[in-house]
Design a protein. Structure first.
Length: 367
């Protein structure tokens, strides 16, 4: 049998010459660079009073970056943190930032919390998706729940799925329970430096149920993908799914529990929290830290003593580094839904504690 005389890649339907590649590559590069920028003019972003990231967009970091810049342009003070700040058990008008706005008499506090985020992921969110420019004043929440066990701290050796894995450090420091392949880790490290990838993920999350288009078309064989892009984002009042039980923890049958508190010297989450504080300050932001409120009523006597010691370690570190902060008094037991989330009345009381705090008042008055 004679050797094939077909040219290389002869089976391809389309082959580009060097001259055609010289035209195609700049066009592709221009699309990658400018498509995310142009999309901001195409897709409306309506900032409502007491706005927060819609629950279904919790992993949409491109949308978070856009919200961050939009709120900064309005001159607000961002309140950053996990689901305690986002308001897992309350509506957007009952969150801490909403309560602060009512006490202030105007909308000057922006809810930039993310449901389910932890310090290791928060560090990545601030580093890669908050912009390098200064916001001015930033309120940062510190939730010691993330140091209450090796699992929460991500220092357990056993692999398990945790929230926001693409935001955590991919190579250093090492996360024992994170067992992703090195190829995927490298992909993640590169993708979060390129806005086009975050924008592509935004389209998938917002309009295609967090699926890529080929997967989506299999489930919707008679639908046109372009028609799915309705240019209408979910409401900031969208409740969590599944909807949480917004009753006091005692009414839910939750009992007092011991916690396996990790040592701060080896805590990954504590290290990442400090990195977030230092990163925000290095960008010219003035940072105020809210420590808690944690449901101390839910702890056993021994666990409460261990929590008090760790709370003091954090307060001492903040004081030593000149960071204004508040360690609020525990809320009444009936105002907690679980170990760390207040109910609506709890947020009101916490807002009053902040407004009555001298360090918080000075934080706002300082030029």
């Amino acid at each position: 049998m004679s050797a094939s005389l077909d040219p290389p890649f002869g089976s391809n339907d389309v082959r580009l010459s060097l001259r055609e590649w010289a035209v195609a590559l700049p066009l592709i590069a221009a699309f990658v660079v400018f498509a995310p920028i142009a999309w901001k003019a195409i897709e409306p972003l309506r900032i409502e009073p007491n706005h927060r990231q819609p629950f279904s967009l919790g992993s949409d970091y491109w949308a978070y970056n856009r919200l961050w810049h939009a709120q900064r342009d309005q001159g607000t003070v961002p309140v950053i943190g996990d689901s305690v700040i986002w308001g897992h058990y309350v509506s957007k008008d009952e969150t801490l930032s909403a309560c602060l706005n009512r006490l202030a008499g105007r909308d000057i506090y922006a809810n930039l919390g993310v449901d389910g985020i932890h310090p290791a992921a928060m560090a990545g969110l601030v580093r890669y998706y908050s912009g390098a420019t200064s916001y001015g004043m930033v309120i940062l929440h510190c939730n010691l729940l993330w140091m209450s066990s090796p699992r929460h701290d991500l220092t357990t050796e056993k692999e398990f799925a945790f929230n926001h894995p693409t935001l955590v450090p991919q190579f250093s420091p090492k996360i024992p329970c994170y067992r992703e392949t090195y190829t995927r880790r490298l992909d993640v490290a590169v993708e979060r430096l390129i806005p086009f990838h975050a924008w592509k993920s935004h389209l998938q999350i917002a309009y295609f149920g967090d699926r890529d288009i080929p997967s989506w078309t299999i489930e919707h064989p008679y639908s046109w993908p372009v028609a799915a892009v309705a240019l209408k984002l979910p409401s900031p009042n969208e409740p969590p799914s599944p909807r949480p039980d917004a009753r006091p923890w005692t009414d839910q049958g939750i009992t007092r529990q011991p916690f396996e508190w990790v040592e701060f010297e080896t805590s990954l989450q504590w290290r990442c929290f400090r990195e977030t504080v230092e990163l925000l300050r290095s960008r010219g932001n003035r940072v105020f830290v809210l420590l808690g409120p944690f449901n101390e009523h839910m702890l056993t006597d021994e666990s409460r003593a261990l929590y008090a010691a760790r709370k003091q370690v954090v307060a001492d570190w903040l004081k030593a580094n000149g960071i204004p902060h508040l360690v609020p008094d525990p809320l009444p037991s009936a105002l907690y839904a679980d170990a760390s989330h207040p109910l609506a009345e709890g947020y009101k009381l916490l807002a009053h504690q902040l407004f009555d705090n001298v360090a918080f008042t000075r934080f706002h008055r300082r030029p």
